[in-house]
Design a protein around this ligand. Structure first.
Ligand SMILES: NC(=O)CC[C@H](N)C(=O)O
Length: 187
């Protein structure tokens, strides 16, 4: 049972991906959703990290999801979701769960490259299509336990550490569901 954070951003596409894979899921919108359902995994979608961060606090969900992440529940963070999990954001003072030993740069590709697609090799999967939207990248990994899974143009765009898997890009926006499948299989 996967809980998808559904406060803002591209959560519905993750739910569609899970539906296609036949995975039971629920939307996390308020505390009651986590009282009714116990997630075996969590997806933090793309969107606007500052907005999602504010809504996490105003809904009271922040502490509860923080506890779940720290207790080892698997988490997939895509784009803004990756920003929410990072311990450091190099060009922003705001911090959120501070769970993963990565230094992330927000909006790292600048205005011209607001949105683009690419194909690269993802460790353990193979070549995958990737959609980037005002994407962050991982500027630096800050612990040797962080495993780099994908690079594009010398920048790290996917990595894993402990119970966390993060991507700069949006695997839910292509028909290729192998990143979701990887999360389900390996985590
Ligand atoms: N597609 C996305 O999730 C973009 C992330 C967004 N630019 C942020 O900084 O939060």
């Amino acid at each position: 049972m996967i809980g998808v954070l559904a406060l803002q951003g591209g959560f519905i596409e993750h739910i569609h991906a899970l539906e296609k894979l036949g995975v039971p899921n629920f939307e996390i919108r308020e505390m009651g959703d986590l009282e009714k359902n116990k997630p075996d995994g969590i997806i933090l979608p793309g969107g606007e990290s500052t907005t999602i961060g504010k809504l996490l606090h105003s809904s009271g969900l922040f502490q509860c999801i923080d506890d779940l992440i720290r207790s080892g529940v698997p988490v997939l963070g895509t784009c803004a979701g990756m920003i929410l999990l990072a311990k450091r954001i190099v060009n922003d003072d705001r911090l959120y769960f501070q769970a993963m030993d990565i230094s992330v740069k927000r909006n790292a590709y600048g205005r011209q490259l607001g949105s683009f697609c690419a194909v690269e090799n993802f460790e353990g999967i193979g070549r995958i299509p990737m959609t980037f939207i005002r994407a962050p990248f991982i500027e630096r990994i800050d612990d040797e336990n962080v495993q780099i899974l994908c690079r594009m143009d010398d920048h790290i765009v996917a990595a894993r550490q402990k119970n966390m898997l993060v991507t700069s890009f949006h695997p839910e926006l292509t028909d290729d569901l192998r990143v979701h499948q990887y999360f389900l299989d390996k985590f």
